[in-house]
Design a protein around this ligand. Structure first.
Ligand code: P6P
Length: 335
């Protein structure tokens, strides 16, 4: 059996994970179990989100996270749920979370894996019922099992990811992930409590005519980005910016398009975080035939130096990302 195993739409996530694991005779099942643990937490968070308007879980939590951003109650709930699921699952020794200043040791010193996670991205949109998402990366530890994970385990380049994915809590809830052999999307049926394969082998169009960027910061964009935005306008492209990374990314992945969060006056290194936003989506988009750079370097080749470091993100259809890089390159040459 090879990994080109084509499973029919409607296959459950559990069966899909099992059948894909069978394609790898040496697989021991820990990564499969870890993916199930993430799916379980996603189901629980989905339930909390769907009840947000009914329970007192919307609005601000009253504290700020390491980013200095006001935590929303559901940010904190999602963080607790994912950490608990990963700790109880036993496969993960250490976690990096957007909501936690330092790395979290789960106590699973035999765990083979590290997870970097943004438990609930775009959570400021919760109160206005806009789609939000969870983003995760999975790495194999480089240190010996039998002790807590190390900072070296955590600060690995994106090319060392063994899996990555996101959950989008939108008009329907979907989990989209890759283990390096293509990208597959699963839609959640809450009446059955199951994710079902709905988007097998996702491939992203090589180009598109949708661009996602916050033009409110236009005046402080790098010159090359300004030129690209003007190119989009002259080309009659559609501007689509939801203000929720996972929602913008998911639309562009399926339909073609580009998402740009460049360096701005307010975010001189960009706003998005390398470890638990950019790397995960970069892995997915590359597996789907797209591209992700910081404008000058492939995102997944960037060597992390800090847990919560930010970087500019240009991600989506290859031809569109290439165009932005052309403008940025000519800026450098002219400069
Ligand atoms: P801005 C949400 O806070 C987020 O991290 C992404 O989900 C979203 O794309 C971006 O920030 C929005 O940032 O500065 O345009 O409001």
């Amino acid at each position: 059996m090879n990994d080109k195993l084509a499973l029919p739409v409607g296959t459950t996530l559990d069966r899909f994970i099992m059948r894909k694991q069978e394609a790898f005779p040496y697989a021991t099942g820990e990564l499969s179990q870890l993916l199930r643990d993430i799916a379980l937490a996603a189901k629980i968070v989905n339930r909390e989100i769907n009840r947000a308007g009914l329970l007192d879980v919307t609005g601000a939590y009253g504290q700020q996270n390491v980013q200095g951003e006001d935590q929303q109650k559901l940010d904190v709930i999602a963080n607790i749920r994912f950490i608990r699921a990963l700790r109880n699952g036993g496969e993960v020794c250490t976690i990096i979370s957007e909501e936690e200043d330092d790395i979290i040791q789960t106590g699973n010193i035999g765990g083979k894996y590290i997870v970097a996670i943004d438990p609930l991205d775009g959570s400021s949109n919760i109160d206005v019922n806009v789609s939000i998402g969870t983003i995760f990366s999975i790495y194999r530890r480089v240190s010996e099992q039998g002790a807590d994970g190390t900072m070296e385990d955590c600060l690995q380049k994106g090319v060392r990811q063994v899996a990555a994915g996101y959950v989008i809590y939108g008009s329907s809830t979907m989990m989209v992930y890759t283990t390096g052999h293509g990208v597959n999307g699963f839609t959640y049926d809450p009446s059955l409590g199951e994710f079902f394969l709905s988007h097998p082998n996702i491939t992203s169009p090589e180009t598109g005519s949708t661009y996602s960027i916050n033009e409110g910061s236009f005046n402080s964009f790098p010159e090359g980005v300004k030129q690209y935005v003007n190119y989009c306008k002259e080309s009659g492209y559609s501007a689509r910016y939801i203000g929720s990374l996972v929602a913008d990314f998911h639309r562009n992945l399926l339909k073609g398009g580009i998402y740009i969060y460049p360096a701005t006056a307010k975010a001189p290194n960009g706003k998005l975080r390398l470890m638990y936003e950019c790397n995960a989506l970069a892995f997915i988009v590359e597996q789907a035939g797209g591209k992700a750079t910081n404008g000058y370097q492939r995102i997944m080749e960037m060597q992390p130096t800090e847990l919560h470091q930010r970087c500019p993100l240009i991600i989506g259809s290859t031809e569109m990302v290439d165009k932005v890089e052309e403008y940025l390159k000519s800026e450098v040459e002219v400069g």
